[in-house]
Design a protein around this ligand. Structure first.
Ligand code: SF4
Length: 441
């Protein structure tokens, strides 16, 4: 039996599909590179932005034709499944199963029921179904691995559908996480990214350890070289966590800290729980603690009620912080969210024009920052062939920049020191430094 997965969305979705792959391999399935070669096709969905949802429905239109002329089992998973629940069958009556975000562990059962009993399994248990959280996909053959430490979110930002599709916050026990990271490190994984919708509030209200304490414990694990985490909410970024940067040697000098808007009026409408000044204070503290830290962020343009001045405040914040990277999007109303009912929608053309302006500003900043690294030496975890030129190799710096360089296969999996010879808009070019003549090893 062969399976094929089409995945949309964030790292959490990517990691959920790693779990599905693991469960299916254990059950004897093999991966197929195309839907047309598979006995089972799974589509993992994202509904955080309207565009991802539209792409999903258009893919399902194509898969409907495949289903009509074959015996393929077709399943839908993830956020759209959770949001639509049983209504998904009104929109997509031809699918064989639909599993919500807490039901990853039921994938093999759903396929078996579809094949043997010709029944559709629909399962959308709310948060509290912890079995999915504890599936460990293992790290066999991988250098980098995600580790889920918590799921769900209690924040209810007014534009965001995540609390409705991923449920309320639920943290894993620190002892389970440590055990998983130890297993991964023993199996050859050198870098872990700790995942959660808001990792900063890990174990909130529990007497297990805090997120900062968890990082300290993971920092002590032998064989592991690097730790990253995503995503952080500014209102929960504690001084203890800031002090981890530059102090824990395995914690990479990089943080993704979404700010969403530079206008306090819009931040209030978004229910973000901080002001632009408080956000800038955090950036200052992070850079004071760890001067080389790379800061990336998310930002929404064209939120309902956003006036010219509000957008100028966002533009000013971007120019002041000089992010290392910025993921910026036009606002799109999401079902069940408060913002979807707000008046004063910003016309699409105006929102697009603002977005283009912001992205142009950030593009210049990113390039300038990358060019500013020319001549410096960076530590790179070599991951394999370069995507831009397969005869070359690529890896990431501790600040999460991609570096392409001429190297050799035996370097894959190792940490190398490279000299940055050129900075580009999205990557760096590195070179292995030549040993000095007459120097000692
Ligand atoms: S913090 Fe806000 S934006 Fe992030 S997942 Fe929670 S509700 Fe959504």
């Amino acid at each position: 039996m062969k399976y094929h997965i089409e995945n949309f969305g964030c790292q959490m979705n990517e990691h959920d599909m790693e779990k599905v792959r693991h469960l299916l391999h254990v059950a004897g399935f093999e991966a197929a590179s195309a839907a047309t070669d598979a006995d089972v096709v799974i589509v993992n969905t994202c509904c955080v932005r309207e565009k991802a949802e539209q792409k999903f429905y258009s893919l399902m239109g194509r898969l409907r034709r495949l289903k009509a002329k074959s015996t393929v089992v077709l399943g839908v998973m993830g956020c759209v499944a959770q949001l639509e629940k049983e209504h998904i069958l009104e929109k997509l009556p031809f699918i064989d199963f639909s599993l919500g975000t807490s039901n990853v562990h039921r994938v093999e059962e759903a396929i078996r029921i579809a094949r043997t009993e010709k029944r559709k399994l629909l399962s959308f248990s709310e948060n509290g179904c912890e079995a999915s959280l504890h599936v460990r996909p293992g790290g066999k053959g991988r250098l980098r691995s995600f580790v889920t430490i918590m799921k769900g979110c209690d924040n209810f930002c007014s534009y965001c559908v995540v609390p409705y599709v991923r449920g309320r916050e639920k943290s894993r026990k620190s002892s389970d996480i440590i055990e998983e990271v130890k297993e991964l490190a023993a199996g050859g994984v050198r870098e872990v990214t700790l995942l959660g919708q808001n990792v900063n509030s890990y174990n909130k209200g529990s007497d297990d350890c805090t997120f900062a304490q968890l990082l300290e414990k993971i920092n002590d694990i032998d064989g592991l070289e690097r730790i990253r985490f995503v995503t952080s909410h500014p209102k929960d970024l504690s001084p203890d966590l800031i002090r981890c940067f530059g102090r824990l040697e395995k914690l990479c000098e990089q943080i993704h800290l979404p700010f969403q808007s530079g206008s306090n009026r819009i931040l209030g409408l978004m229910n973000r729980g901080y002001t632009a000044e408080e956000y800038l204070g955090l950036v200052h503290s992070l850079r004071k603690q760890c001067p080389g830290i790379a800061i990336t962020a998310d930002c929404i343009v064209g939120f309902p009620g956003e006036r010219g001045q509000d957008f100028s405040d966002t533009q000013a914040l971007v120019e002041e912080v000089r992010f290392d990277g910025l993921f910026s999007f036009c606002y799109s109303p999401r079902p069940e969210t408060r913002a979807a009912t707000l008046p004063d929608r910003v016309p699409r053309e105006i929102a697009m024009e603002r977005l283009k302006g912001l992205q142009a500003t950030q593009k210049i900043i990113t390039r300038e920052k990358n060019c500013g690294l020319e001549g410096s030496t960076v530590e790179v975890l070599v991951e394999g062939s370069s995507k831009s030129s397969p005869e070359e190799f690529a890896g990431r710096t501790r600040t999460n920049r991609i570096v392409n360089f001429a190297g050799s296969e035996d370097l894959v999996g190792s940490l190398v020191e490279l000299k940055v010879v050129k900075g580009y808009a999205n990557s760096l070019r590195g070179a292995i430094p030549r040993p000095k003549e007459g120097g000692t090893c």
